[in-house]
Design a protein around this ligand. Structure first.
Ligand code: FES
Length: 153
């Protein structure tokens, strides 16, 4: 059995069939397997669905990814970590990344740190930084420390 946090889950995860359907919507938007975050956010807005659900769907799609920006790469587990707040983190980071493209957002299916959910790894020129029990505030602090802008930018 996979490791899980000793803390109780705080959120429900999104049904896999729903994520698969959202993934198909994303495929229609993509060009050469690449997708602009702004297009994903616009789609979510138009369809009245949370952007974080589309980002979780992206984690399941092997042949689809968001276009990269300069700066650190923020990998967020959108697998079972959803039950410990990963979608809140994704929603926050997507809005922040859209305001100032100072980092890249990469939702993934698992970071093998399931007992530290929500799990996050930031890859930068300074090395890899793991952010355990990630929250929007912890990610803002980490990105600021890595020179990827302040929360308002
Ligand atoms: S399910 Fe999130 S790190 Fe494994």
């Amino acid at each position: 059995m996979a490791k899980v946090p000793t803390r109780s889950a705080t959120h429900l995860d999104v049904d896999l069939a729903r994520l698969a359907a959202l993934g198909l919507e994303l495929e229609e938007l993509a060009a050469d397997g690449q997708l602009a975050l702004a297009d994903l956010l616009q789609l979510a807005d138009e369809r009245g669905k949370p952007a974080s659900h589309y980002l979780a769907a992206l984690a399941l799609a092997d042949d689809l990814a968001l276009r990269k920006n300069p700066g650190p790469v923020v990998k967020i587990c959108a697998g079972s970590c959803q039950q410990w707040g990963a979608l809140d983190v994704l929603e926050h980071l997507a809005a922040r990344c859209d305001r100032a493209a100072t980092f890249s957002l990469v939702p993934v299916g698992c970071l093998d740190r399931c007992d530290r959910a929500a799990a996050c790894r930031i890859e930068s020129v300074h090395g890899d930084l793991f952010v355990d029990e990630a929250t929007p505030a912890k990610l803002d602090e980490a990105l600021h420390a890595l020179g990827a802008g302040s929360p308002g930018r």
